[in-house]
Each structure stands twice: as structure tokens, then as C-alpha cells.
Design a protein around this ligand. Sequence first.
Ligand SMILES: NC(=O)C1=CN([C@@H]2O[C@H](COP(=O)(O)OP(=O)(O)OC[C@H]3O[C@@H](n4cnc5c(N)ncnc54)[C@H](OP(=O)(O)O)[C@@H]3O)[C@@H](O)[C@H]2O)C=CC1
Ligand SMILES: O=C(O)[C@@H]1CCC=N1
Length: 273
Amino acid sequence: MNDIRKIAFIGAGNMTQSIVGGMCKSGYPADHVFVSNPSPEKLEKMKSNLGVNTSQDNIEVIEQADVIVLSVKPQLMEQVCADIKSKVSNLADKLIITIAAGIRMPKYRTYLGDDITIIRVMPNTPSLVGQGMSGLVTDSADDKDKAYVTDVFDGVGDTLWVADEDQLDILGAVAGSGPAYFFEFMDSLAKGATELGFDPEKARAMVQQTCLGAAQMAKESDLTLEDLRKQVTSKGGSTAKGVEVYQQRDLHNISADAVKAAVKRNQEMADLF
Ligand SMILES: NC(=O)C1=CN([C@@H]2O[C@H](COP(=O)(O)OP(=O)(O)OC[C@H]3O[C@@H](n4cnc5c(N)ncnc54)[C@H](OP(=O)(O)O)[C@@H]3O)[C@@H](O)[C@H]2O)C=CC1
Ligand SMILES: O=C(O)[C@@H]1CCC=N1
């Protein structure tokens, strides 16, 4: 990465910790990373574990940075932006990234000014281990800013630019929320094994490695997901019986409904906040 900028994260919650942890692991210089948060505990942990600069004052970190990453809950965004707008005069000179679900770019213009340059990123928590999936969209950034943000998020996983904010809502409902669905599914598989008398620790170990192996295979294979599934499903064998249960209970519809529900909430948050 050639373009190293001073970057300030506003909010030191789960997602900031995942992104910053992944960035530092991938070699982004910690002295160029600034993080603010109202309570000190998360900041102390990030400072001692990663060596990043921290402050309980949002404005102090923003003033030192070229890039601002808004990483607070959507319901706090308006209030946090109002405070920034009232105290920082050169916002148009900085690149603004927001990772909040739902809230759309025109709304940020009403909060921070018409002249801001903004990129919306929808990351996910596996960024912490360099396996994130981040969606990106902008209505104002130039190629240089886009390349910088792509590099940052490529450093913590894969990136996908999407055409518009409707697409980002869908990406968020699948990839942003997705780790939660997979953890839920993995937990249910592990419990399926322990209910039959399998050791819980060993159940977790076998589930996580199976999940990782399947994802890696899907990523490296040219086959469709259906064909990969068929490769495992011997005629008259045990997998066929297991898959039959998922099909009878209509896993496809369950997942489609889950994605629709999450998209709907993203749209609601766009209106609410
Ligand atoms: N978690 C995820 O998987 C994903 C989250 N996102 C988005 O990321 C954003 C953050 O989510 P997440 O990290 O999960 O949430 P968290 O609740 O874990 O983190 C939010 C942080 O913001 C801090 N905060 C509260 N008020 C302020 C303030 N006035 N100024 C600065 N910081 C403040 C909180 O501090 P304290 O706890 O001390 O009050 C907290 O540490 C959300 O907008 C969400 O939509 C996007 C993709 C995935
Ligand atoms: O649950 C949420 O709203 C955020 C967005 C994607 C993951 N977490």
C-alpha cells in the first residue's frame, strides 16, 4: 500500500476493533491510526494491544487525520455528526467513510455539509482475521480516494464495489450480517452433535473446520454450489438423508426470508436515522 493516510475511527466498538485489528496485522502503521470513544476501556485495550493513538474526544482525533471513519450505531449518527460539524471547519478537505448500516449518503450531506466527499463501506467482523467481506459505494469520491479505501479494506479481506445504495443494503444483509447467520448455523450443527453425546469442544472444532473447508473449496472451485453439494451427497448415503431434512424444511426459503428481513431493516434505518 503506497497511499498511507492518517485515519480516525469515531467509535471503538466491535466493528472498529475488527477493522483496526486487521489493518494493523496487515501492516498499516499504527501511528497513522486514531480512535475515539466516550468510555476509556476499549481505547486502553486498543492502545496497549495495537499501539494506535486514542482519545475520548472525537474532535481531537478528527483534527489529526485526513480520513474519518464514522463507526457509531446508526441511532447516534445524527448527534455525533452535529457535534463534528459544529467544531470542525475543514470537513470538505477530509475523506469521510461511514460503516453504519442503513443511513444513506444524502442524509450525511444534511448532517455534515453538501461539499463532503463520502464513501459508504459495509464491512463485517471477520476483518479482524483478514477474512472480511466489505461492500463499497460512493457518489462523490475520485479514483484516488476510491483506490485508497479499496486498499485499506483489501488489507482486511475482500472488497466489492456496488452500483448504488440499494445494492449495499442487500450486501449488508448477506455479508455484513452473514457472520451472525453462520455462527447461528454452526452453533446449531455443534448442538446437533452434542445432543447425540459428542464432546462440546470437539463438536465446535469439527464444525468450524468443516465450515472453513467448505468455504475455501467454494472459493477455489469452478463448480456451482449445487454441484459441490452433489459431490458430497452419495446416492443412498448418509448426506442425502441430512440434506433431505434441510430441503423438506425449506432452508432456501428460510435464508431468502432472513435476507429480506435484514434488507427491510436497513431501509427502515435509512428513514429513521
Ligand atoms: N458489528 C458488525 O458486524 C457491523 C457493524 N456495522 C456498523 O458499524 C457501526 C458500529 O457497530 P458496532 O461496532 O457493532 O457497534 P458497537 O456498539 O460495538 O460500537 C459503537 C461504539 O460507539 C461508541 N460511541 C457511542 N457514542 C459515541 C460518541 N458520541 N462518539 C464516539 N463513539 C461513540 C460506543 O462507545 P461506548 O460503548 O463506550 O458507549 C461503542 O464503543 C454501526 O453503525 C453498524 O451499523 C457495519 C457492518 C457490520
Ligand atoms: O446488525 C447491524 O445492523 C449491523 C449491520 C451489519 C451487521 N451488523
